[in-house]
Design a protein around this ligand. Structure first.
Ligand code: G2I
Length: 469
C-alpha cells in the first residue's frame, strides 16, 4: 500500500509530552487528529519541544494540571509526568471522596496521585478542604448543631492535612465562598458558622501543616469585578488579622474569546496584598465542533492567561483543569461545548498547547513533519446536528506516496455511518473501514485525498483514532 517511506530518523522529533518512540509508532499507524491537521504548517523553532514544565521553571513558575488517578498510565501518565510540574487531584481529595461514610476513609486515589507526583518530582496542590459541593451525604443530610459542624470541619481538615503533611505545596483550603455580587454564598458552612468558618479553616490547616501554602480559591474572580473585590477585601482583612492566608486561586474556567481585560491588573492587586496568586483551574470552552478559527482563538486565550501570570512575580502557578479533552468536566456540564483543554482526546497537542509554551518563552512551533516522510489520515467533523453529523478523512502524504489506501477506525459511542462519498465504506459493529474509490487511490508525495461521510450519533460523539493501512 505505501510505496515509499524512509524509516531512518535523521533528527530529533518529539511531539510534546509523548516520547519519541511512541510518537513515531503513532505516525506509522497514521493516527492523527483534528488538531494535528489544524496545527499543520511550516515548522519554525523547536522550542516547544521543551516540556512546559522546563519552560515554566525558566520563568520561575510552576505549570500544573488536574488529574484523575486511575488514568495515570500510558500516554496520559507520560504527558502528565513529562509536561507538568504540579498536579491537582480533580476529585480525589474532596470530602465526599475521602470520607464517603463517616469515620471510614478512602485515600486510595489521593495517595496514588501524591505518589505519582513524588516519583515525577512534581508539586501537589491539595483540592479542596471546605466546599459546598461534593461533600458526603452523611454530612449534608445530617442535622448538626453549629458546635458539632465546627468540630466535624476541624477534624476533617486536621485529618486530611496531617495525612499529607510535607507532601502538599499548597491547599485550596476554602473553595467558592462568594456569590457573583460579592456577598457570601449561603452554604452549610456560612449558614451555620458565619463568615468565620473561613478564618478557622485556615488556622486549622496551618496548625496541621505549617509549611503548606494556604489558598482561597474561586471562579469568576479573574477580572476586577464585584466578586473579586469581595475576595480582595476578605484577603486583606485576613492578613490584617494575622490569619494564615498565603494565596488566592483564580480558577479561570473561561469561555472562548472572553479572557477578562483586567486579568493581569487583578492578579497584581492581590499580589500587592502580600499573597501569592495561582491560576488554578484554567480551561477555555468553545462550541463544538471545534474549527480552525476557534482553536486559533483558544491558543490566544491560553497565551494571554499564562502571559498575565508570567508578568506578575507573585503569580506562581498556572494549572489547567485537565490537560486533555478526554478528561474535562466541560462537555457534561455545558452540552454542546467542549474542546476546552490544551490536548485533544487523542493526546495530540492543540494550538492552545503552543499558546502556553509561547507565553512561557518557548518559540512558536507546530509539530514538525515526521522524519523521512509519511502518509497520515486525519478525521474531522465539519457539522453536527441533534442526531447526525458530517465528517471527513483527509489522507495526506509528505515524503511518501500511496497507490491505494484503506483507513479504519472504531467508534466509541455507537456512531453509525449512513452514507459515504469518494470512498467505499463498510461498518461492522463499531469498526468502520473505508477504501479508495476507483478514481482516487493515488496520493502523490505532497498531495492529499479527502472523502466524506454522514453518520448518526447520540449521547456523545468522540473523535476516533484513525488507522491508515
Ligand atoms: O466544576 C469544575 C470545577 C469548579 N471548581 C472546583 C472544582 O473542584 C470543579 O471540579 C469539578 C470536577 O472536575 C468534576 O469531575 O467538580 C465537579 C463536581 O462539582 C466534578 O464532577 C463530578 C461529577 O459531578 C460526578 O457526577 C462524578 O462522579 O465528577 C465526579 C467524578 O468523576
Amino acid at each position: 500500500m505505501r510505496t515509499s517511506r524512509s524509516t531512518t530518523t535523521t533528527r530529533t522529533f518529539r511531539a510534546p509530552g509523548i516520547p519519541l518512540r511512541k510518537r513515531i509508532a503513532a505516525l506509522l499507524t497514521g493516527a492523527v487528529s483534528v488538531a494535528a491537521l489544524v496545527g499543520a504548517g511550516a515548522t519554525t523553532a523547536h522550542a516547544a519541544d521543551t516540556p512546559l514544565r522546563d519552560l515554566a521553571a525558566a520563568q520561575g513558575k510552576v505549570i500544573g494540571t488536574a488529574v484523575t488517578g486511575s488514568k495515570l498510565t500510558g500516554a496520559y501518565g507520560d504527558i502528565a509526568g513529562a509536561q507538568f510540574s504540579s498536579l491537582t487531584p480533580g476529585n480525589a481529595m474532596k470530602w465526599g471522596t475521602v470520607e464517603p461514610t463517616q469515620g471510614s476513609f478512602n485515600w486510595s486515589e489521593a495517595d496514588q496521585i501524591v505518589a505519582f507526583a513524588q516519583a515525577h518530582h512534581q508539586q501537589v496542590r491539595g483540592h479542596t478542604l471546605v466546599w459546598h459541593n461534593q461533600n458526603p451525604n452523611w454530612l449534608t443530610n445530617g442535622s448538626w448543631t453549629p458546635a458539632q459542624l465546627s468540630s466535624l470541619l476541624q477534624n476533617h481538615i486536621t485529618t486530611e492535612v496531617t495525612r499529607y503533611k510535607g507532601k502538599i505545596a499548597a491547599w485550596d483550603v476554602v473553595n467558592e465562598a462568594f456569590n457573583e455580587d460579592g456577598t457570601y454564598r449561603p452554604t452549610l458552612w456560612y449558614d451555620n458558622l458565619g463568615a468565620d468558618y473561613i478564618a478557622n479553616a485556615l488556622t486549622w490547616a496551618h496548625a496541621a501543616d505549617p509549611a503548606a501554602k494556604l489558598y482561597i480559591n474561586d471562579y469568576n474572580v479573574e477580572g476586577v469585578n464585584a466578586k473579586s473585590t469581595a475576595l480582595y477585601n476578605l484577603v486583606k482583612s485576613l492578613k490584617q488579622r494575622g490569619v494564615p492566608i498565603d494565596g488566592v486561586g483564580l480558577q479561570a474556567h473561561l469561555i472562548l474569546g472572553q479572557v477578562p481585560a483586567t486579568l493581569q491588573q487583578n492578579i497584581q492587586r492581590f499580589a500587592d496584598l502580600g499573597v501569592d496568586v495561582a491560576i488554578t483551574e484554567l480551561d477555555v470552552r468553545m462550541q463544538l465542533p471545534a474549527t480552525a478559527a476557534s482553536l486559533t482563538q483558544q491558543k490566544a486565550d491560553f497565551k494571554s492567561v499564562v502571559g498575565a501570570c508570567a508578568a506578575v512575580t507573585r503569580c506562581v502557578n498556572v494549572t489547567v483543569w485537565g490537560f486533555t479533552d478526554s478528561d474535562s468536566w466541560v462537555p457534561s456540564t455545558f452540552p454542546g461545548y467542549g474542546a476546552a483543554t490544551p490536548y485533544d482526546e487523542n493526546y495530540n497537542p492543540k494550538p492552545a498547547y503552543y499558546g502556553i509554551a509561547e507565553a512561557l518563552g518557548g518559540g512558536t512551533s507546530t509539530p514538525p513533519p515526521p522524519p523521512g516522510g509519511a502518509c497520515t489520515a486525519t478525521y474531522s467533523v465539519s457539522s453536527q446536528w441533534n442526531d447526525g453529523f458530517t465528517g471527513q478523512v483527509r489522507i495526506a502524504c509528505s515524503g511518501a506516496s500511496l497507490s491505494s489506501w484503506k483507513v479504519s477506525w472504531s467508534y466509541g459511542a455507537g456512531q453509525r455511518i449512513t452514507q459515504a462519498w469518494n470512498a467505499v465504506c463498510t461498518q461492522s459493529g463499531a469498526v468502520v473501514t473505508c477504501q479508495n474509490a476507483s478514481y482516487n487511490g493515488t496520493v502523490p508525495d505532497g498531495g492529499a485525498v479527502t472523502f466524506g461521510f454522514n453518520a448518526s450519533w447520540s449521547g456523545s460523539n468522540p473523535v476516533p483514532t484513525v488507522t491508515l493501512g
